[in-house]
Design a protein around this ligand. Structure first.
Ligand code: CAA
Length: 283
């Protein structure tokens, strides 16, 4: 089955990045959020990010105009039922995601594929709440979506081969690389990345190094483009904590215990860049 239209749930950091790359690849996009302000902000951000790509010679002005025209926004979730492929990119909370899928199910076309951009939650469990576990899988982008080359594709226990092939074809059309992952907590990237970030927070908590020395050690000593604490601020400390909790609960190993300092920052509402304060102060 050829995918032509893509519905995206959530216009935040990930949702608008996904809409950006899908529209540039020629797909018609229907972007949904409960907040009109979030939809307006997402359109403005995509326009600015595309303008940056124009100025760097990555795309032309015509590409930008055509891509933005291919994106429609709606506050009505059920309208997405008319699309061929839905990518849910809402908050990383299982109850929120489940409620979205349950609301969508009665409005879907028979062929519509359901996917989640979850960074850690069980695809099999999310799929089991829908009428189509065989047409359900994980479609996990990395942030910033327009820049990062990887997309993790995660099969749930019931995902069929046509569904996987259709999603793989979309990743190919985006010019990105797919990594196939089995459905275990946090899949591949976050299974490895989050314990590293959590360990960096422990390193700070135990006073081994300052924020600056931890980050510059990993940038200059391990050639990472961002230090782990800067990256945690970029991803969102609430998301990092949620993923550590999924690892800790799902794998029942104390090596995944979230650092108490990470929990404390989240409790303080210091979530990183999005709240202007995390390990760094952006105010
Ligand atoms: N849209 C379009 N282009 C963008 C962009 C965006 N949102 N953000 C950055 N860019 C482009 C810039 O225009 C620039 O393009 P050129 O190479 O043509 O000049 C390029 O990306 C580099 O950007 P900058 O010059 O502004 O800054 P930088 O060199 O410091 O790179 C970065 C920024 C790409 C974010 C880099 O620091 C980086 O790779 N950081 C690590 C990111 C990472 O690890 N992401 C994964 C997070 S984990 C995840 O996402 C999974 C999860 O579930 C939590």
């Amino acid at each position: 089955m050829e995918i032509k239209t893509i519905g995206i749930v959530g216009a935040g950091q990930m949702g608008n990045g996904i809409a950006h790359v899908m529209s540039l690849a020629g797909y018609d996009v229907l972007l949904n959020d409960i907040s009109q302000e979030a939809l307006d902000d997402a359109m403005e951000l995509m326009s600015n990010n595309m303008a940056r790509q124009v100025s760097r010679g990555k795309i032309t002005e015509e590409d930008q105009t055509a891509a933005l025209k291919r994106i429609r926004t709606t506050q009505v979730l059920t309208e997405l039922g008319q699309t061929d492929l839905i990518i849910e990119a809402a908050t990383e909370r299982e109850t929120v995601k489940q409620a979205i899928f349950e609301d969508l199910v009665p409005h879907l076309q028979p062929h519509t594929i359901l996917t989640s951009n979850t960074s850690s939650i069980s695809i099999t469990r999310l799929a089991s709440r829908t009428d189509r576990p065989e047409k359900f899988m994980g479609f996990h982008f990395m942030n910033p979506v327009p820049v990062m080359q990887l997309v993790e594709l995660i099969r749930g226990i019931a995902t069929d081969e046509q569904t996987f092939a259709a999603c793989k074809d979309v990743v190919d059309k985006l010019g990105k690389t797919a990594a196939s992952a089995e459905d275990f907590p946090a899949f591949i990237v976050n299974r490895i990345l989050m314990p590293m970030i959590n360990e960096a927070v422990y390193t700070l908590y135990e006073g081994v190094g300052s924020v600056q020395s931890i980050d510059s050690s990993m940038k200059l000593g391990a050639n990472h483009p961002m230090g782990p604490l800067e990256l945690a601020d970029f991803i969102g400390l609430d998301t990092c904590l949620a993923i550590m909790n999924v690892l800790h609960d799902g794998l029942a190993d104390t090596k995944y215990r979230p650092c108490p300092l990470l929990t404390k920052y989240v409790e303080a509402g210091w979530l990183g860049r999005k709240t202007q304060r995390g390990f760094y102060d952006y105010r």
